[in-house]
Ligand binder design. Sequence first.
Ligand code: TRP
Length: 364
Amino acid sequence: MKPSIDPWGKGEVKDYGRLMEEFGLRPFDDFIKKLPDPPLLIRRGAVYAHRDFERIHSAIKSKKPFAMMTGLMPSGKFHLGHMMVAQQIVYYQSLGAHVFVCVADVEAYNVRRMPFDELRRTAIEEYLINYIALGLRPKSCTFYFQSAHTVPYYRLISMLPRRTTQNEFEAIYGTFDPQKLISVFYQIADILHPQLPDYLGPLPLVVPVGVDQDPHIRYTRDIASRINEFRFIPPSSTYHKFAKGLQGGKMSSSDPTSYIALTDTPEEARKKIMKHAFSGGRDTVEEHRKLGANLSVDVSYEYLYYLFEEDDRKMKKITEDYGSGKMLTGEVKKFLSEKLEKFLIRHREKREKAIDLVPKFLEK
Ligand code: TRP
């Protein structure tokens, strides 16, 4: 049977509910109110599921050490979808987590066939600088490249193959390609190595991911339980919705008309919204006034909801007015563009300041 999720695929998720059931994920709702001062995207439900988040929540509550780890494929422009992950990283760091941010350059070199020097440049200029501008701080942050980390990490990678079989690997990934083998073993070590005695030792650790990464999470947890040299605590995970691309599909660095980059100029961003953002508005004004917009497919509405309209009362008003047809698509787009323009102008200043901090992340 072909696995239903492919971490290297282009998969869009149609039915989050079904996926949760299939993989035994728990709904995240109950934690939203229990978390101190969560960022907008968590407050509004963009993080919808988890595995073992209880452990992270109790660490936060009792002020015990915990960690967060995530990895990035440095494949192009840093866009709004990446910002959703960055906001979570910055949030966990603000709650006291030690954060590990891994540049998956070994994976990208092998699976995407990109050269190491270009991957390094993109990781720093696109990802790291934007992370810093969004609030990431060097203290309690380990930012590393898969191709250039420290010895115990590589020792851990070398311990993984004997904990699994070709059969198991194929059952999970539907293939046994060497490029994927190496990427998976690196990723398992990414997720587990913070708990080695050489780093932080066993502790609760959360990995925020899109559900496409869940095969790796499950496999990591299984393999961790088979390594008795160390007392790994099974890593927890949370699952966020993918940011919708402008035309409604997935936001993807390989298609400039699908994303708003954090380095787009305000004018570019406005044009993209006006021209490409998929609208849930109706074909004619009369029809729109009568039926109202279909909010569940409207991309501008979604960006306001998860990223740009912090004020719940204003958001509720937009929901009512646009949903009832009182507000038109053009008005919603204009409102979003103005917010976005302001954000991009400020972000640009923050990026300039961020540059000075880059060495602090790389020298460790
Ligand atoms: N495979 C991930 C991706 O495609 C990147 C990655 C590498 C990662 N190591 C990780 C993600 C560890 C989470 C945790 O985006």
